[in-house]
Design a protein around this ligand. Structure first.
Ligand SMILES: Nc1ncnc2c1ncn2[C@@H]1O[C@H](COP(=O)(O)OP(=O)(O)OP(=O)(O)O)[C@@H](O)[C@H]1O
Ligand SMILES: [Mg+2]
Length: 325
């Protein structure tokens, strides 16, 4: 699930203005084929705007889009048959059943084998209610139907804007499994969310946007390794000595005292490398009495998107607390 080498979707300097507001301000994305790509950003960051551009619902004011190896330009909407999408609340005929809605949809697009309708109903967990009118569906059931519709043509690229909206926990787990299985079979899933925990367990690659710009992109594992924090406890009167001992190796930005009275220090380091810290301290006769480590996408997200004013979203120079206001 680390992709098959190619790029399924790319944007270059994508721009979209609403009046004087830059909803997309030169967005560059690079989505490898065969992965689940988590598209993260706070409210108003430009995620839905991006999805709307990618599905041809709106036209960008500048920049380029490439989908499945081809430039995607104005008027190319009809070429999107290898792309499935769920953007905004999907619209269905309320007086028809889920199955009939999917049949209508299938009839209006590229041909789909009849059994595909049952397959996607099953994937979306709607089999039991497939013959009920959509007007009687709950929010989450409509969302499930939207996902089923996006999957209908067995697309190579799936664009999903906040697909977890309205889903119950079981629905979220099922969706996550479906999306991971699709990526494992070589399809590309581009999924936006502000649910960080959800992306953290699902995505192979993550792109974080703020104010219409990409602030970080890369394999989730690498981002989390960079975001690792190891807390070390030494004797309170050894805190300064520990800082100067470690200071030779770790720049000040990566090393902070987190609770001097209790002797705690925080070091930003891949937790897998935490042993090196205790070895270094032991060599200086400073003994570690406690150690905690962890990684947290939420910290990264808050720092990159909320802490922008301080440091243009770089890891270095951010506070050790991980809660830039
Ligand atoms: N039709 C529109 N008219 C005017 N401004 C718009 C329109 N659509 C989006 N915007 C503005 O563009 C910016 C990006 O909005 P967008 O909906 O893409 O954000 P988002 O990342 O999807 O946020 P959310 O997490 O809340 O869904 C926001 O400042 C929003 O107010
Ligand atoms: Mg949105």
């Amino acid at each position: 699930m680390t992709g098959n080498g190619g790029i399924a979707l790319a944007t270059h300097g994508l721009r979209k203005n609403y009046g004087s507001r830059h909803a997309l301000d030169g967005l560059d994305l690079s989505v490898p084929a065969g992965v689940v790509y988590g598209f993260l950003g706070p409210n108003g960051a430009g995620k839905t705007t991006t999805m709307r551009v990618l599905t041809g619902l709106i036209h960008p004011d500048g920049g380029k889009v490439e989908i499945l190896g081809q430039p995607f330009k104005r008027g190319d909407r009809h070429r999107l048959f290898r792309v499935g999408a769920l953007v905004e609340s999907p619209s269905f005929y309320p007086y028809l059943s889920a199955r009939s809605n999917l049949r209508e949809l299938a009839a209006s697009g590229a041909p789909v084998p009849a059994k595909r309708i049952d397959e996607v109903l099953d994937l979306a967990g709607l089999t039991d209610r497939a013959n009920d009118k959509v007007q009687g569906y709950s929010l989450g059931m409509k969302q499930r139907l939207g996902i089923a519709a996006a999957l209908l043509s067995d697309p190579d690229l799936l664009l999903l804007d906040e697909p977890a909206n309205g889903l119950d926990p079981a629905g979220i787990v099922a969706m996550r499994d479906t999306l991971k299985a699709l990526a494992a079979s070589g399809k590309t899933v581009f999924v936006s969310s502000h649910l960080l925990a959800e992306i953290q367990v699902m995505a192979d690659v993550v792109g974080i946007v703020a104010s219409g710009k990409l602030v970080r992109e890369g394999p989730l594992k690498e981002l989390l390794a960079l975001q690792g924090v190891v807390k070390i406890r030494v004797q309170p009167d050894k805190v300064d000595a520990a800082i100067s001992t470690l200071g030779a190796e770790f720049p000040a930005e990566r090393l902070t005292e987190s609770d001097r009275d209790e002797g705690w220090l925080s070091v930003r380091i891949d937790p897998d490398k935490s042993e090196a810290i205790s070895q270094k301290l032991a060599a200086a006769s400073i003994f570690v009495s406690g150690m905690e480590s962890g990684t947290d996408l939420e910290m990264l997200f808050l720092e990159l998107t909320g802490g922008k004013a301080e440091g243009e979203g770089s890891f270095v120079g951010l506070s050790g607390k991980g809660t830039a206001a």
